[in-house]
Design a protein around this ligand. Structure first.
Ligand code: MN
Length: 431
C-alpha cells in the first residue's frame, strides 16, 4: 500500500489515466502551468523538474472516479458511507520499526522540488503536506493537510486554520513548548483522503485510513513519538515554533482568488527523511484536485445530515462554480411540503462554510449546472421558496464576506415542485 503502487495499479487498468512529462520544467511556475493545462485529467508524473533529482506527481485526486477507486466502491454514496463508517471504528495500523523513508537523511528541504504556482504567490509552497502532531495533554494524534510556504531551507511558515492542529498548537504554546510535527509528503492516497477529512478531535485520521484498508496500513513511530505511514515517500521532522511568526501568503485558495496575508507560525525543519528515489506529490491550488479533496468529507457530511432530515437524498454535489466548497446542489425525493427547506437547514448545519444550497427533485441531474438553473427557472418562486440567513458564521475564503470575523449571510433555494400543483406541468418534455 503506497503511492507508487497505487499509480501502477491505476495505470495497469486504465493506461489513459497516466501521463509522463519528460521535458525538463522549472519548479517556478512552469510545472504549475502544465498542471493547469492537465487539470482534472490523468495522473501526471513530471520526471525532470529542472535542477532536482526527485520527480513530481500530481492529479492523484483529479476526478470523483479516482476517489471511488481509492475507496474501492462504485458510487459516491457508497464512498461517503465507507468513510463515515470507518470514522466510527478507527484502528491503529501495525507498527513496524524499519521503513523505506529512513534510507536517506538530510538536514534541510533543499533536495525537494517545491513548486511556485502563480506569479504573485508569496513563494514556493508544499501543497500535499500531511502534518502529524500530538496533543500534549490528552496524548492523542492528529493528521491534517496544511499548505507550507518556504522561507528558507530550514524554515517554513504554516497556515493553521482554527481546527485540530491549531488546538494542539495552542496547548503546546500554553505549556511554553514548541509543537513537534512530522510532515508526510507522498503516501497511499487513502491517508491523504482521511487527513483531508475532519473526524471528531481525538480520532487519528491514519487510523481511519487503516480501517478503510482492512487493516493493511503499516505505520512507524518516530523518535518523537509521532506516527507516520511506513510507506511514506518523504517525512519531514520539525517543530512549530511557539514564539516565531511570519507573514503567510499571498496564496491562491480554492476560490481561485488570493487569500489574505496573515501572520502565521514558523515551522523549523530538523530533518528530512526520504526514500533513495522518492516521489514528491503536489497539487494545483484552486485546481480540481484541491477542490475535490477539500470538499469530499464535507459532501459526505452533508449527505449524512440531510438524509436524517428528509426521507430520501439522491445526490449531493459541492458544485464546481461554487469552488467545490461554497455552493451545494442536493437532489431529494420529496414527500412532504417543507422537505426541501429542512434539507437546506441540514446542509448548512453539516458544512458551516456553505453559502448557497439549491435543493431540486430527483429527476434533476445535479452534475449539470444548467439543469439546476432550469429547475430554478421553472420550479422556484422567490417569495415562497427562498431562505436567507443573516449574521451567520461562514467561510474564511469568500472575499465578499467578513473574512476576519467570518460572518456572512447565506441563501437557500427550494427548486422542488410544489406538491399542491399538478406535477405534470413541471416535467421536461423530450419527445
Ligand atoms: Mn483531526
Amino acid at each position: 500500500m503506497d503511492l507508487r503502487t497505487f499509480i501502477e495499479e491505476t495505470r495497469a487498468v486504465e493506461p489513459d489515466e497516466y501521463l509522463e512529462v519528460l521535458e525538463p520544467l522549472d519548479v517556478e511556475l512552469q510545472i504549475a502551468k502544465r498542471m493547469r493545462e492537465l487539470d482534472g485529467g490523468p495522473i501526471v508524473l513530471f520526471k525532470r523538474p529542472k535542477g532536482y533529482d526527485i520527480p513530481v506527481v500530481s492529479n492523484i485526486f483529479s476526478k470523483r472516479r479516482r476517489f471511488m477507486n481509492i475507496l474501492k466502491v462504485s458510487s459516491m454514496v457508497e464512498a461517503y458511507r465507507k468513510l463515515l463508517t470507518a470514522i466510527s471504528r478507527p484502528r491503529r495500523g501495525r507498527i513496524r520499526s524499519d521503513a523505506p523513508f529512513m534510507e536517506v537523511h538530510e538536514d534541510s528541504t533543499r533536495s525537494l522540488p517545491i513548486l511556485k504556482h502563480y506569479k504573485r504567490d508569496g513563494g514556493a509552497y508544499m501543497t500535499t503536506s500531511i502534518v502529524i502532531a500530538r496533543d500534549y495533554e490528552l496524548d492523542v494524534l492528529n493528521a491534517s493537510v496544511h499548505r507550507l510556504q518556504v522561507l528558507d531551507r530550514k524554515r517554513l511558515v504554516i497556515r493553521i486554520v482554527p481546527r485540530h492542529l491549531y488546538r494542539m498548537y495552542k496547548k503546546a504554546c500554553d505549556m511554553e513548548r514548541d509543537l513537534e510535527v512530522a510532515i508526510v509528503i507522498g503516501c497511499h492516497p487513502l491517508n491523504m483522503l482521511t487527513a483531508s477529512s475532519s473526524p471528531p478531535y481525538g480520532i487519528f485520521e491514519l487510523d481511519v485510513a487503516n480501517t478503510i484498508s482492512n487493516n493493511r496500513l503499516e505505520v512507524c513511530e518516530l523518535d518523537n513519538g509521532l506516527v507516520v505511514p511506513r510507506e511514506a515517500e518523504i517525512v519531514i521532522v520539525g517543530r512549530i515554533k511557539k514564539d516565531e511568526f511570519h507573514e503567510e501568503g499571498p496564496f491562491v485558495d480554492i476560490t481561485g482568488t488570493y487569500d489574505i496575508v496573515r501572520r502565521q507560525p514558523v515551522l523549523e525543519v530538523e530533518r528530512v527523511l526520504r526514500r533513495e528515489n522518492p516521489l514528491y506529490q503536489a497539487l494545483l491550488p484552486a485546481g480540481e484536485e484541491h477542490k475535490l479533496l477539500m470538499g469530499f468529507y464535507r459532501e459526505a457530511l452533508i449527505w449524512d445530515y440531510v438524509r436524517r432530515a428528509v426521507p430520501e437524498v439522491k445526490a449531493v454535489r459541492l458544485s464546481r462554480g461554487g469552488c467545490g466548497w461554497l455552493h451545494c446542489f442536493i437532489s431529494i425525493k420529496k414527500e412532504y411540503e417543507g422537505d426541501a427547506k429542512n434539507a437546506i437547514l441540514a446542509a448548512f448545519a453539516a458544512h458551516p462554510s456553505l453559502k448557497l444550497v439549491v435543493v431540486v427533485d430527483e429527476d434533476i441531474n445535479i452534475e449539470d449546472t444548467e439543469e439546476v438553473e432550469w429547475a430554478i427557472a421553472t420550479r422556484f418562486q422567490p417569495s415562497e421558496d427562498l431562505v436567507i440567513l443573516e449574521g451567520v458564521r461562514g467561510s474564511s475564503l469568500d472575499p465578499s464576506a467578513d473574512q476576519e470575523a467570518l460572518i456572512t449571510s447565506k441563501l437557500g433555494i427550494d427548486a422542488t415542485i410544489p406538491l399542491y400543483k399538478p406535477s405534470d406541468r413541471f416535467r421536461r418534455i423530450y419527445e
